[in-house]
Write a protein that binds this ligand. Structure first.
Ligand code: HSE
Length: 328
């Protein structure tokens, strides 16, 4: 009888746009590499080995991207969750992990979450009993928490599941897929600046005036209703972050001009991706995405900032296995 278990598996996980303007820490969507763009996903290969424990044996990718990443399995965001999982499951075998880093970190694209998600999805595939979705979420979140200081699931959940996801609760695990109009896309511009997500979160005001809470709740409800109804005008009216964007915008040179340029070029809404500095502009078939990207890059250039632009659908794939091999 052949052993059906897997010896090794490789998973790919996409970068994400967290917050989506109106859902700080609770809304996010996955990005997909199209038009030949690279750098919007991470890959992780996990192999079962005899020696117990989690062994981070390789981190590859752009030198500039990986040079500061910890090589200790407990300290690396890709493997921290696997270390805890191996303890919880009392694994009597080990996991050898190879990380290929494609998503830049400290750019607002969920770069810590992507490798954590890819690692957990690959590891789950080689276990005797795969992890449940809430378990995969929990262990990937441990990696994300290492980077951000506080747990927030708006990168992990969309990277794992794909598309636009609402994280109603992290514990108990409760996430909801929001339907996205099929022709929705995002222009993502990534300035050559780094934002420390821990610092950025620590600088946010802990209190919120009741009026702002009311207005922001109305925008969140309007955006989600607009997605369910495919009501683009409602989406445009609602996609305004009155709480976090005003606090973070000053860290991005030329933010107001970039936003206005994208709106003038036909975007439905524009905001900061995660803690930034990346920005996203949501658009549909009526807009010309090339013009939106050009307008945003030009406005950033005027502010003295170089940036790259990506195009992505909003309804992309979540993490999945791209390679596997059996125990022979
Ligand atoms: N929701 C998080 C934040 C995303 O805005 O701080 C950061 O990865």
């Amino acid at each position: 009888m052949l052993d059906q278990r897997l010896k090794h598996a490789t998973a790919v996980a996409p970068a994400t746009i967290a917050n989506v303007a109106v859902g700080f820490d609770i809304l996010g969507f996955s990005l997909s590499e199209i038009d030949g763009a690279t750098g919007l996903s991470d890959r992780v290969r996990v192999e079962r080995v005899d020696k117990p424990g989690v062994h981070l044996v390789e981190i590859s990718g752009d030198d500039a991207l990986i040079q500061d990443l910890p090589t200790d399995a407990e300290a690396n965001t890709a493997t921290a969750g696997l270390v805890q999982m191996a303890l919880d499951k009392k694994l009597d075998f080990g996991l050898e992990v190879r990380v290929f880093k494609g998503v830049p970190i400290s750019r607002g694209l969920g770069g810590a979450a992507t490798s954590a998600v890819a690692a957990v999805v690959a590891a789950s595939a080689v276990l005797d009993t795969p992890l449940s979705l809430p378990e995969r979420f929990k262990y990937a979140l441990l990696g994300e928490t290492l980077a951000a200081g506080q747990p927030h699931g708006d990168n992990v959940a969309p990277s794992m599941l794909g598309g636009l996801i609402l994280v109603r609760s992290m514990d108990p695990f409760d996430v909801v897929r929001i339907p996205v109009p099929h022709d929705f896309g995002a222009v993502v511009v990534v300035p050559e600046l780094a934002v420390d997500v821990r610092l950025s979160r620590a600088q946010l005001s802990e209190t919120l005036p009741l009026k702002a809470h009311v207005a922001q709740s109305a925008n969140l409800a309007g955006f989600i209703t607009g997605c369910f109804r495919d009501d683009r005008d409602l989406i445009t009216r609602s996609l305004h972050d009155l709480v976090v964007e005003p606090q973070r915008a000053p860290t991005i040179p030329g933010f107001a001009e970039v936003k206005q340029a994208a709106l003038d070029a036909g975007a439905l809404g524009v905001s900061i991706s995660g803690a930034g500095p990346a920005l996203f502009a949501l658009h549909d078939f009526r807009a010309r995405k090339g013009q939106i990207a050009e307008a945003m890059l030009n406005a950033l250039k005027q502010a003295g900032v170089n940036a790259r632009a990506f195009h992505s659908p909003v309804n992309g794939l979540g993490a999945h296995i791209i390679e596997r091999g059996p125990i022979l």
